[in-house]
Ligand binder design. Structure first.
Ligand code: SAM
Length: 210
């Protein structure tokens, strides 16, 4: 992974952070979070990770809905995390840490569920991220991947100007990335226009031992 790619993304999101919750796109993100919650199934005392948590809105929503849930938000952008920490009404149940999706600072099997909303398109090494998600999930754990999807089978790199380079994936490409990381695809659900939720599950034993 090129350090320059990551530091450019960090700069972009650091700049966006102070206005992130007030601009029009936040209406879009929050609608997506609301729709996502309709599909979330968690143990009562779940320990969850939100990868690319931004200002922490999804974790706050999860903590409201599941009163015993504990959650960690991880993000590249220190400014996004600053907003998330300032708004954290669920301390100490929710905590926020700085880090990269490609190398998670967590133990194997630590989380019952991992969430990732509108962040996957920014990754230069999507397979590495899926491998890390599979590593930190507990057996039977679930990965909720939400991002704009494409019908086409071709991975499409786009340059979104101020948002930098992004990549969109078809449902089949998501499934392939999941399988290569040892995750099973449970289902796909369109949440809003082309925004697709893919639910993955970690098998109880690695695929080659079951
Ligand atoms: C469009 S925001 C979405 C934030 C939040 N998930 C939401 O639904 O509102 C994308 C977030 O992903 C983070 N991000 C991008 N690339 C990342 C990476 N490689 N590792 C960790 N976070 C990353 C950005 O800093 C930004 O906060």
């Amino acid at each position: 992974m090129t350090p320059e790619f990551i530091s450019n993304k960090k700069k972009i999101f650091d700049l966006w952070a102070p206005s992130y919750d007030w601009l029009l796109p936040s209406v879009f993100y929050q609608t997506v979070h609301k729709r996502l919650l309709e599909y979330v199934d968690l143990p009562t005392t779940a320990n969850v990770l939100d990868l690319g948590c931004g200002t922490g809105r999804l974790l706050a929503r999860l903590a409201d809905k599941f009163p015993e849930l504990r959650g960690t938000g991880l993000d590249l952008s220190s400014q996004m995390l600053q907003v998330a920490r300032q708004k954290n009404r669920h301390r100490p149940r929710l905590i926020y840490v700085e880090g990269k999706a490609e190398s998670l600072p967590f133990a194997d099997g630590q989380f019952h569920a991992v969430f990732n909303t509108i962040s996957f398109l920014h990754y230069l090494e999507p397979q590495q991220v899926l491998n890390e998600v599979a590593r930190v999930l507990s057996p039977h754990g679930r990965f909720y991947l939400v991002d704009t999807s494409l019908k086409s089978q071709a991975e499409i790199p786009l340059n979104l100007g101020s948002l930098g380079k992004v990549r969109l994936y078809s449902p089949q490409q998501r499934e392939n990335l999941g399988v290569a990381a040892g995750l099973l695809c449970v289902s796909h659900h369109y949440l809003l226009g082309p925004v697709l939720l893919t639910i993955f599950a970690k098998p109880s034993l690695p695929n080659n031992e079951s």
